[in-house]
Design a protein around this ligand. Structure first.
Ligand code: ADP
Length: 169
């Protein structure tokens, strides 16, 4: 009596290590755009090996800023935060890759830039929590939620980079 064994090593490995293909919402905040850090910041995610699936320059309306940061509504800094995020254009990005949510948070560094390690974006380019240059989703669920908030249908593109086999076995 024949039995079918289906063994998918990549799937098993990803379940063990938590290395799932995920998507995250990364945003260069108005200070990052004003300071000319757009290319530098995009470059760090590109060089790491993640896949850009969405990208636009955008002036955030107040209502969207409030929904994006709704978890922080009760904080005393909330009005300042909304003022900051809507103070000028932002660069909205969707990035995809294995473990991209946590990895992007590492590349970005701690919320308070004075605590952020050198080599991280905030560690290298910022000094104040209220001007910390970049946003990154804190969970895969929020990655999906935020990409849905900031991008319209058709603005996120599924594509296969020619170098894909050189980044992931
Ligand atoms: P992160 O952006 O690192 O995920 P949070 O979700 O805690 O951090 O906060 C969201 C954003 O709100 C921060 O990136 C920062 O711009 C702002 N923020 C957080 N705490 C403060 C604070 N104490 N004063 C001013 N702005 C703050």
């Amino acid at each position: 009596h024949a039995r079918t064994h289906i063994f998918l090593p990549h799937l098993v490995a990803s379940m063990v290590t938590g290395e799932q293909v995920e998507e995250t919402y990364i945003m260069i905040k108005p200070d990052g755009v004003q300071r000319g850090l757009v290319g530098e910041i995009i470059s760090r995610f590109e060089k790491k090996g993640f896949k850009l699936t969405g990208l636009k320059l955008f002036q955030c309306p107040q209502e969207l800023a409030e929904v994006h940061y709704e978890e922080l509504k009760s904080k005393s800094f909330f009005p300042k935060l909304i003022g900051y995020i809507t103070s000028g254009p932002v660069v909205c990005m969707a990035w995809e890759g294995v473990g991209v949510v946590a990895s992007a948070r590492k590349l970005i560094g701690s919320t308070n830039p004075l605590d952020a390690a050198p080599g991280t974006i905030r560690g290298d380019f910022a000094v104040q929590t209220g001007r910390n240059v970049v946003h990154g989703s804190d969970s895969p669920e929020n990655g999906k939620r935020e990409i849905g908030l900031w991008f319209k249908e058709g603005e996120v593109i599924q594509w296969t980079p020619a170098i894909a086999p050189w980044l992931k076995e």
